[in-house]
Design a protein around this ligand. Structure first.
Ligand code: SAM
Length: 288
């Protein structure tokens, strides 16, 4: 039976192990059962599912996931938490804890080892690396069905906004290319121990079977998108021409933009995903 989603049990276990909460790992443990319920409901787990949890912490969300899913693989970077997880997860035979950095974990390998079915990712993410984790999951080509995660509220906004907003960027485009984003719940700072400085949001990204736009080469599309937002205050032409890795000349970029009916000083923030797909397909021809 899950027992941890409250302040008293969380503080007790931290104290008993003499555990020093580590800011550098973004450790803010969930102490709100209502929010835990919302995360688990939104993940729509069944016995047939294998869940990948990123950063189990002391195992609060892990216990809930283990009660609903067939299997849970939980990847935790902090080895000081491993003895705590051994205690809190002792009753759950369907959980495997890996003491690893998620950014170095072979996610395809995890899916293969667990029957090859698409994974459901569920996590209260460490905020210092939310964007790299989401980008790595989306671009990994690992079989992932959905990603249900707690993130900083401002990051959830960036995942959902369209062109014209100052939050719009490479993360918005990557999320919207691969998945449908939906807000599941809001979580004020009081839902965590220790309290973070920001409010949080649970967001679910449901992976599309087919991306909403067609492109000749996904890797190239995202290289173009990244370069377009690299120098945020500069024009898109500057970003693309200055990105050495793309091998594009300024004149070529300006010709393509003119051909697409875009002003030379256009900025990445104004282009839809469809327009980025068109731009990247045209630039694909010109790669050095
Ligand atoms: N799931 C727990 C909860 O909800 O109470 C803890 C969430 S806490 C916000 C983030 C967790 O991610 C911490 O346990 C932290 O140690 C872990 N973490 C941080 N960086 C990580 C990384 N690169 N790979 C795996 N886990 C990481």
């Amino acid at each position: 039976m899950a027992t941890l989603g409250n302040r008293r049990s969380t503080a007790e276990i931290i104290q008993r192990y003499g555990f020093d909460v580590r800011k550098k790992y973004g450790q803010n443990f969930l102490i709100d059962n209502g929010v835990l319920d919302r995360i688990v409901e939104a993940a729509e787990l069944t016995e047939a599912d294998c869940v990948l949890e990123i950063g189990p912490g002391i195992g609060t969300l892990t216990q809930r996931l283990a009660e609903e899913a067939g299997e849970v693989v939980a990847v935790e970077i902090d080895r000081e938490l491993i003895p705590i997880l051994q205690e809190t997860l002792a009753d759950y035979g369907n959980v495997t804890v890996l003491n690893e950095d998620i950014l170095k974990t072979d996610i395809c390998g995890i899916a293969q080892q667990h029957g090859g079915r698409p994974l459901k990712v569920v996590a209260n993410l460490p905020y210092y690396i939310t964007t790299p984790i989401i980008m790595a999951l989306l671009e990994s080509r690992a079989p992932i069905k959905s990603i249900t995660v707690m993130v900083q509220r401002e990051v959830a906004d960036r995942m959902r906004v369209g062109p014209g907003s100052k939050e719009y960027g490479a993360l918005s485009l990557a999320v919207q290319y691969y998945a449908k984003p939906e807000i599941v719940a809001q979580a004020p700072a009081s839902c965590f121990l220790p309290r973070p400085k920001v409010d949080s949001t649970v967001i679910r990204l449901t992976r599309y079977e087919q991306p909403p736009v067609k492109t000749r080469d996904e890797d190239w599309l995202f290289a173009v998108i990244r370069a377009s937002f690299n120098q945020r205050r500069k024009t898109l032409a500057n970003g693309l021409a200055n990105a050495g890795g793309l091998g594009l000349r300024r004149q070529q970029v300006e010709e393509v933009l003119a051909d697409m009916g875009l002003p030379a000083a256009v900025r990445g923030e104004t282009l839809t995903l469809e327009r980025f797909a068109e731009l990247s397909d045209r630039l694909y021809e010109l790669r050095a």
